[in-house]
Design a protein around this ligand. Structure first.
Ligand SMILES: Nc1ncnc2c1ncn2[C@@H]1O[C@H](COP(=O)(O)OP(=O)(O)OP(=O)(O)O)[C@@H](O)[C@H]1O
Ligand SMILES: [Zn+2]
Length: 944
């Protein structure tokens, strides 16, 4: 009967192994709990899926990742096996249907997949209790069961709740894992309350996997080395059309992008995959890889769980994995078809240092958070030590893995570099040692195993700084962030002090975590500025923005995206760590000033994070020096508001606010030494402040430009003599009046269009924080990189990990274009703008001229954003076809073209569309593949 079901339902003639058969037989008996530890790809899923099909009732399967679940459910559905999942991403309609089936007397469903969080969620309890009381549950299967163990490499606190679930359900339980050493196995049995389970544990050894380790630092050109390895592994040297493919794991998102680029440049089409990509992009890349259109995927560890591809011929690790257990799992994705496959680590001692630092940091943070130490705290350290040992040892790699999992050393038969050629391994080690001795000439000899200083580690629960799972860190309050900051600085100083001892100020930049959302996260452009400090500043900005945008119902992820932009803007224009911090601080306080109903815990008139930063910021006089150095104080920047850039500026903000500002007290301190000695009248200062805002927004950070255009000068003159300056705001008045009418919408794109353009909920208004119509800066921001992407690939991001977006590219300065745009704005009619309810209501209170409502509306020309929309749409297919050497180039080109199309006289939409199409087509008829910006230097001529 088993064989028959295996064939009719799963299409397999036989069990994959005797072990698989034995497990299935034991499970269908239903008289014992079962524990299964089988290598990756051994066919564990079938061990519960087949019994589930045969059983009366429903099998509840707990799995850690929604993506993994989705994959399994899709596979089962394709086999016509009734399976589904209830999770947070499920559309309401589908959820209702599933619950209806589960509530019926004889549900059709055979397998119900859920995450551990869902199992524990109150909303799921009635359904669970109903199923249980009606005796409709047949099995509880716990996949990736090592997540229940605090000794395991992927401990997941919610898995701990499964013990009580198991006791409550009273049905046979099956726990499955591929990566569980003895202590983890014991922990699983204990934590899941398995009662004297039948254990099926097969050795981890997979003879078809060939392991080796290459010391990256001694290679003349590591990229070329990797390229050669890939070529060889894919057999392309001899068989150009072989079906194989491979994975390169990188620790950071940035690393993925640049490595994919390097490989593609060398001739192997490789694409990056990481949580910073939009969901749609990730799916696209994964599909292309699954279908063999892209041979190499360069991914962070967010890729691979549940990916069942048999022909993975190699798995390379460009960076050191966090533990030997995870390495076994990740490398085990190779050779699932049983054919020879290659697993390589590009080892680097620098990498080791950085990762061990991150591990220690995370360990310490968690310990402090918990307030005590635990026995399991050392697990993270020892697992990482085992990983390092695997790389730097002189011994069989397979034996190292087997020993780690408690198996006896297998007969490797040349399936690792050491067993194949021990001399070469030794020679490599010697060369690496010699190299490190040279570079660290005077430095203190590292203590402890593999250069660690064990007493510094003091254990750790689970964190490595780059967890696999999307574990929510919600609830981390201000207190915690303060603590983290302190702890980080302490640990950092201590570590760096230790490392620097005697080595003459070696580079001590701590690299970003894999999930670091900062743009240009690895850049060391600002001396002394740490990634951590930048992250902290980002969180302050995000909080401020979130508070400000709440009225517009902007989500946290959007405020993060906006914060990333602002932070990056400050970062690129800062020359020292202190100036950077001061600029951030000002931005934060400025944002808070404009936040309706600010909810910050103020201590002594200042919020805690602000105070904290201020302690590190330069004295207040620095604002003067900042300006002299070319920095514009944030109070003048209004970067998150629509900036008013002088009267008549198209789409500029509330005229009354502007007038009030202009006539009121000075906005900020003096802007230059010259101004300091002869302060101009307030109105001029107000305008100057705005002029400086334009200057800053144009990224002309090297000088403060006080030049006013004619209109602005006129305005200043008028303001000196009269308070009636409204004549200079006719268009704005019209705009304001329409807005104050309470109409939301105006010229805003329709909802789907806005979404497609990346405008919802953080499109043009989102970035402006509901503070007014679009100005030139806002327009520039609008077609900044992430918007450009969103225009074609708008997809909601929902998991925590997905929301941690990383913006890799620096926003191009666009200085010249900005100037062009501004010129045009002066003479072009203002577009109507929608604004948030919050923004609108604030302005209504200043409305003295409702009668202006009747003013005729002028037609709105195509805006920069709309042009960008069009451009990206036409350009995207070319990008997809690999016609751009990099994503940066694609974006730069899109930006350039958008500006080009909106330059000069205003155009209608269809005109812009036609021009964009013609220009792009003619460009690619001349240029085979866009390799540099020089390729489009003739485009302007082509247009004219
Ligand atoms: N009896 C069988 N005959 C042939 N193929 C099988 C058999 N059982 C399972 N497989 C196939 O083996 C592959 C691996 O199975 P599965 O995904 O269950 O592995 P796993 O042990 O869960 O691996 P991982 O630990 O990586 O999740 C799948 O493509 C599955 O369809
Ligand atoms: Zn070996």
């Amino acid at each position: 009967r088993l064989k028959e079901t295996l064939k009719t339902h799963f299409g397999f003639e036989n069990f994959r192994s005797k072990l698989q058969e034995d497990v299935v037989k034991a499970v269908v008996k239903r008289d014992r709990d079962v524990f299964v530890c089988m290598p990756t790809g051994a066919g564990k899923s079938l061990c519960y899926q087949l019994p589930a099909v045969l059983a009366q009732g429903i099998t509840l399967v707990v799995s850690p990742l929604i993506a993994l679940i989705q994959d399994q459910v899709d596979r089962l559905k394709s086999l016509n096996i009734p399976a589904c999942s209830i999770n947070s991403k499920l559309p309401v309609g589908e959820r209702r249907l599933i619950l209806a089936d589960l509530g019926s007397s004889s549900p059709k469903l055979k397998l119900l997949y859920i995450t551990p969080e869902m199992v524990a969620s109150p909303s799921f309890q009635p359904c669970l209790t109903g199923l249980c009381s009606r005796g409709l549950l047949s099995y509880l299967a716990v996949d990736e069961a090592h997540c229940v163990s605090q000794w395991g490499h992927d401990f997941r606190p919610d898995y701990l709740k499964l013990g009580s679930l198991r006791a409550r359900l009273g049905i046979p339980c099956l726990a499955l894992t591929a990566t569980a050493p003895k202590n983890v196995q014991d922990d699983i049995v204990k934590s899941l309350c398995l009662s004297s389970p039948l254990s099926f544990v097969s050795p981890v050894f997979r003879s078809n996997l060939h392991y080796d380790v290459i010391f990256r630092e001694i290679l003349p050109n590591p990229y070329v080395h990797l390229y050669a390895f890939i070529k060889k592994a894919l057999g392309q040297e001899n068989r150009p059309n072989s079906q194989g493919c491979g994975i390169v794991y990188c620790r950071t998102r940035e690393g993925c992008e640049s490595l994919a680029y390097q490989l593609t440049k060398l001739g192997i089409l490789a694409k990056a995959y990481h949580a910073g990509l939009k969901a749609g992009d990730r799916t696209e890349v994964q599909n292309e890889w699954m279908q063999g259109k892209v041979l190499v995927i360069v991914a962070t560890i967010s890729f691979g769980m549940g990916v069942d591809k048999a022909t993975v011929r190699f798995v390379a690790h460009w960076n050191l994995p966090k533990s030997l257990a995870s390495y076994y799992q990740e490398s085990g994705r190779a050779g699932r078809d049983g054919l020879p496959s290659w697993c390589r680590i590009y080892y680097s001692p620098k990498d080791k240092e950085q990762i061990s630092f991150l591990i220690r940091k995370e360990v310490k943070r968690r310990q402090e958070k918990r307030g005590c130490e635990k026995d399991t705290d050392r697990a993270a350290i020892t697992d990482f030590e085992a990983m390092v040992s695997f790389c730097v040892q002189e011994g069989c790699r397979h034996a190292a893995i087997s020993r780690f999992f408690g198996n006896t050393a297998p007969s490797c038969a040349g399936a690792c570099d050491f067993c194949r050629n021990p001399k070469a391994v030794r020679a490599q080690l010697e060369r690496a040692t010699a190299l490190s001795t040279t570079t660290q000439a005077q430095s203190e000899a590292p203590k402890g195993a593999f250069g660690f200083q064990p007493d510094l580690y003091e254990g750790g629960k689970k964190g490595y700084g780059f967890e696999r799972y999307d574990e929510s860190e919600s609830g981390r309050g201000e207190d915690d962030s303060t603590k983290r900051k302190k702890e980080f600085s302490e640990l950092f100083r201590k570590q760096m002090g230790l490392r620097k001892a005697g080595d003459g100020g070696r580079q001590d930049f701590v690299p970003p975590d894999a999930s670091c959302p900062l743009r240009d996260a690895s850049s060391q452009k600002v001396p002394g500025l740490t990634v951590k400090a930048r992250e902290h500043c980002l969180s302050l900005l995000q909080e401020a923005l979130y508070g400000q945008q709440r009225a517009a119902e902007t989500s946290r992820s959007d405020s993060l995206a906006a914060a990333v932009d602002v932070e990056h803007e400050v970062f690129v224009s800062s020359k020292s760590s202190n100036l950077y911090k001061a600029a951030i601080l000002k931005k934060v306080s400025e944002l808070k000033k404009t936040t309706p109903g600010v909810e910050t815990t103020k201590v002594g008139g200042e919020s805690r994070p602000e105070r904290e930063l201020r302690q590190e910021a330069p004295p207040s006089s620095s604002s003067v020096s900042e300006e002299l150095l070319g920095f514009t104080p944030a109070s003048e920047l209004y970067s998150m508001k629509r900036k008013r850039v002088g009267a008549g500026q198209r789409g500029s903000s509330d005229p009354f606010q502007a007038a009030r500002d202009l006539l009121g007290p000075p906005v900020c301190g003096p802007g230059s030494a010259e101004m300091k000695s002869t302060p101009p009248p307030p109105v001029t200062r107000g305008i100057q402040a705005r002029a400086s805002a334009v200057s800053a927004s144009s990224h002309s950070s090297s000088k403060v430009d006080w030049g006013l255009n004619r209109r602005q000068q006129k305005l200043a003159e008028a303001a000196k003599t009269s308070h009636n300056i409204s004549q200079y705001f006719p268009k704005e008045k019209q705009q304001w009046t329409l807005e104050s009418d309470g109409k939301e919408g105006g010229d805003q794109p329709s909802a789907p269009a806005a979404e497609a353009a990346g405008a919802s909920p953080m499109g043009s208004e989102g970035r402006g924080a509901g503070a007014g119509g679009g100005d030139s800066k806002a327009e520039v921001v609008m077609i900044s990189d992430d918007d450009a992407e969103e225009q074609t690939r708008a997809e909601p991001e929902s998991t925590t990990e997905q929301n941690k977006r990383e913006e890799e590219e620096a926003t191009a300065p666009l200085t010249s274009q900005t100037g062009d745009v501004e010129e045009k704005r002066d003479s072009s009619p203002p577009p109507k703008r929608s604004r948030s309810a919050g923004g609108s209501s604030r302005r209504v209170s200043f409305n003295p001229t409702p009668q202006v409502r009747a003013l005729p509306q002028e037609p709105s020309p195509v805006t920069l954003k709309e042009a960008a929309d069009v451009v990206v749409r036409y350009l995207d297919p070319f990008y997809t076809q690999g016609k751009f050497a990099s994503k940066e180039l694609f974006k730069a080109f899109a930006r350039y073209l958008s500006h080009l199309l909106t330059e000069g006289r205003s155009r209608g939409r269809s005109q812009v569309r036609a021009q964009a199409k013609a220009l792009i087509n003619s460009f690619f008829s001349r240029v085979q593949r866009c390799e540099s910006e020089a390729d489009w230097k003739d485009l302007r001529r082509a247009r004219s």
